[in-house]
Design a protein around this ligand. Structure first.
Ligand code: NI
Length: 226
């Protein structure tokens, strides 16, 4: 399931991120890649422990906390501290699957259930640089407005096509979900959307609203792992 969250960051927040990133030190993106993906990865990243990555990572986490769509779609247990990357002309990340387990800087590990990319440059500033995701419903090419986020199952094979003009900046991170199975998360997300729409038209104590809400929570209770 691919979900787009438009305007996760406001234009002012995007501008702030870009200003901070302008002053950041950029290093070879292979520093965080596994053995296989290092061979197909050519991009730049801000070091995970840098002041800039920490400050902007906090900003992204706060934005996620404000987003009911992110909560409903990812059912987050833990979010990896957001990282920042860029693809200048000629840079690309060929097809790969993200590592299943990641060591969190500062301690602990997370299982990567959901991958997210938050676009920080508007599409007109670069050519190429599409995020290509092989989803259950076929291959999808994603290129969003600055401030928009896409989340997709970390089980998917994905790539970033070569940038041929300009520079593509983004934040990316993983989420360990309380529900690890993508098809179950999708079902819960669709049910939650259905309840939200129904509640817009019916009183909260309507028997239909009550039984749908009960079904949502009882499914969640069966599937959740914490
Ligand atoms: Ni990846």
């Amino acid at each position: 399931m691919l979900i787009r969250i438009p305007q996760l960051l406001s234009p002012a927040e995007v501008a702030h991120c870009r200003q901070v990133l302008e002053a950041a030190q950029w290093v070879d993106g292979r520093v965080t890649a596994g053995e296989q993906s290092a061979k197909v990865k050519l991009n730049l990243q801000v070091p995970e422990n840098s002041q800039q990555a920490r400050e902007l990572g906090e900003l992204v986490l706060r934005a996620l906390g404000r987003s009911p769509t992110f909560t409903s779609a990812a059912l987050p247990l833990r979010v990896y501290p957001p990282m920042f990357n860029r693809y200048d002309a000629g840079m690309t990340f060929r097809a790969h699957v993200d590592n299943a387990i990641r060591h969190v800087p500062g301690g602990g590990r997370i299982r990567t259930d959901v991958s997210s990319t938050l676009f920080l440059t508007p599409p007109e500033e670069y050519d190429g640089g599409e995020l290509v995701i092989e989803d259950t419903y076929g291959t999808q090419a994603v290129k969003l407005n600055a401030g928009d986020l896409v989340l997709y199952p970390a089980t998917s094979l994905h790539s970033v096509t070569p940038v041929t003009r300009g520079s593509r900046w983004a934040s990316f991170f993983w989420t360990q979900s309380m529900v690890k199975d993508d098809s179950r998360r999708r079902l819960l997300y669709e049910l939650d959307n259905g309840i939200r729409h129904t509640r817009a038209d019916l009183p909260d104590d309507h028997p239909g609203v009550l039984s749908l809400t009960a079904a949502y929570h009882n499914l969640l209770r069966q599937w959740v792992e914490m």
